[in-house]
Design a protein around this ligand. Sequence first.
Ligand SMILES: CC(C)(COP(=O)(O)OP(=O)(O)OC[C@H]1O[C@@H](n2cnc3c(N)ncnc32)[C@H](O)[C@@H]1OP(=O)(O)O)[C@@H](O)C(=O)NCCC(=O)NCCS
Ligand SMILES: CC(=O)OP(=O)(O)O
Length: 325
Amino acid sequence: MHMFQQLIDTLKKDPRKIVFTEGTDPRILEASARLLAGNFLTPILVGSEQEVHAAAEESGFNIRGAQIIDPETYEGMDEMVQTMVELRRGKMTADECRAALKKGNYFGTMLVKMGVADCLLGGATYSTADTVRPALQLIKTKPENKIVSSCFIMVRERVGDNEVLAMGDCAINIDPSEDELVEIALETAKCAKIFGIDPKVAFLSYSTKGSGKGEDVDKMRNACAKAKAAAPDLAIDGEMQFDAAVSPTVGQLKFPGSPVAGYANTFVFPNINAGNIGYKIAQRLGGFDAYGPILLGLNAPINDLSRGCNAQEVYSMAIITAALK
Ligand SMILES: CC(C)(COP(=O)(O)OP(=O)(O)OC[C@H]1O[C@@H](n2cnc3c(N)ncnc32)[C@H](O)[C@@H]1OP(=O)(O)O)[C@@H](O)C(=O)NCCC(=O)NCCS
Ligand SMILES: CC(=O)OP(=O)(O)O
């Protein structure tokens, strides 16, 4: 796809190193073999050298050129523990940090923090919470952000051009407040632009323009008003139902005059239940490829995978993670 070729071209000019926290997973090994063959991104596989090589041999992938780092034998471990204790001052003891660093998720995150790697991709077997928590604790939110959130870039092949949508937050914030929804909307729109989307942002609900009543409706309407005030140049509207957001006919019927209804391509879900279920319906029944969750507002490029991912998704997410550094 054109979008990926541009990202690959960026990486060819500035080759980078990416940590995979699950170095023995066959999907990670397959993606690593493809990255190595392309010669634009070096995988750092976390795990025991013997186990990683055995897994690669068993699955038949050539990972020559990958760096393998085993937390059990890592020479820089004492320095890493000391740095982590400083970062977690008052929250984790040295013993707790040392124990945490035996695990790929914390170890990989510290490799990024200490500059050994440029970026990280995890979550092929770790849950999202376990992939993201070390990043929230050690990498932290960018100074200009209040929260870390996430979005998915959803791509469906079409003859001529692809259909590309952005959806947030389907993975991190469980029940975002109005202000958090504003941040999710603006960050998701920013990410959408990187992927060539001219964002038309819909604040989704079970109600369109007051057709339904309830606290959740008020929350989306108020958040939408705040987002419009914060970003007057963006096309933003809501609250609206999904059919009003994407069907021009229904949009015209339910929300006449809206600059977004009927043509939305950037979706803000009211909570993680709606978002996570929504993106998986688009992926599993709607024929969209799902790239994400792409973390937004984090101080370094660290991303998560769905445990249901395939090797192609790992490969694509590795490119996205490294190129958006
Ligand atoms: C992201 C998540 C794991 C954080 O939960 P948690 O670890 O229990 O969070 P805590 O409240 O203990 O906070 C841990 C640290 O992360 C920080 N943090 C938590 N949520 C954050 C956010 N959204 N943005 C920035 N920082 C955050 C806290 O400030 C805290 O930092 P500190 O330890 O330095 O004080 C949790 O919100 C979650 O489980 N989300 C849903 C994940 C999921 O299941 N997704 C579905 C599949 S994709
Ligand atoms: C993003 C997501 O839903 O992750 P998982 O499928 O691993 O829970």
